[in-house]
Design a protein around this ligand. Structure first.
Ligand code: KIV
Length: 296
């Protein structure tokens, strides 16, 4: 079964096609995926970008924040997603600590996401202060996605997950960050947790497509964490989340129904069971009769 709407042509999304979309004012769609099945469903639905976000630290691995997830843990998920994605552009998050300390190490880690994981773009958080390392990675032929505003890897510096860019100074810094990333040649810029007005100004200022999350409707594209979209996150959703489905309810209902059927001997039934071929059954019955007769 294909989920692609009838009449919508399939094509491979690349950093170039995403950029063209900005110039056509054609909204870019992006969702996170961390496993083969979800990646396949998103790809077949025609989502433009599949992001293996380090949000998997919480959604998949149950960590408190994104800081603990390692390159090896991320790679495990990137490889699974790679096997499910054909047409979407595949972006992988560089986890905290894998690019901040040393540009050479950053290039080495980014190359692992490309060579071992099959990622087409790597994403790094930070603006002006990250430009040197981003340039080094791009110089190594690896496209980079920027990420500014509420950058979850800076949770302790920000003092929590707080909307950024609320003062004039902060707005000016965000503009400098966006322009610096654009000049460095990033493939796109994720803009998270900033006032709508700021995201609108950034989007108008830079050539790179902006992908917003909690940044209002005027970015070139929108991203949501898949687990937020389908209610698999167990907490109160952030203001910007729109729930499009209730997977938690569906899973809970299915699990409870399975449990009830097993406990009441309703599952599996005969049609859900394998049966011996007739000849084997007849031969088995003969053997059993003979054994019974010998015992008498
Ligand atoms: O890790 C993630 O899922 C992200 C998106 C929210 C942009 O960085």
């Amino acid at each position: 079964m294909s989920l692609t709407p009838i009449g919508e042509p399939r094509h491979k999304n690349t950093t170039a096609t995403i950029r063209e979309k900005k110039f056509r004012h054609d909204p870019i769609t992006c969702l996170t995926a961390y496993d083969y099945a979800t990646a396949r469903l998103l790809d077949e639905a025609g989502i433009d970008i599949v992001l293996v976000g380090d949000s998997l630290a919480m959604t998949m691995l149950g960590y408190e924040n994104t800081l603990s997830v390692t390159v090896d843990e991320m790679l495990h998920h990137v490889k699974a997603v790679r096997r499910g994605v054909k047409d979407a552009l595949l972006i992988a998050d560089m986890p905290y600590g894998s690019y901040q300390a040393d540009p050479t190490e950053a290039v080495h880690n980014a190359a692992r996401f490309v060579k071992e994981g099959g990622a087409e773009v790597v994403k790094m958080e930070g603006g002006e202060k990250r430009v040197d390392v981003i340039r080094r990675v791009i110089d190594a032929e690896i496209p980079v996605a920027g990420h500014i505003g509420l950058t979850p890897q800076s949770i302790h510096i920000m003092g929590g997950y707080k909307v950024q860019g609320k003062t004039l100074n902060a707005v000016e810094q965000l503009m400098r960050d966006a322009v610096a990333l654009d000049r460095a040649g990033v493939a796109c810029i994720y803009v998270e947790g900033v006032p709508r007005e700021v995201a609108t100004m950034i989007t108008a200022e830079v050539e790179a497509p902006t992908i917003g999350i909690g940044a209002g409707p005027d970015c070139d594209g929108q991203v949501l964490v898949f687990h937020d979209l389908v209610n698999l996150t167990f907490g109160h959703p952030a203001k910007f989340v729109r729930r499009y489905g209730d997977a938690a309810a569906l899973i809970a209902q299915s699990v409870l129904a399975f449990k009830a059927d097993v406990v009441s001997h309703q599952f599996p039934n005969d049609t859900e069971s394998y049966h011996l071929p007739k000849e084997t059954l007849a031969a088995l019955e003969t053997v059993l009769h003979r054994k019974q007769a010998m015992r008498r």
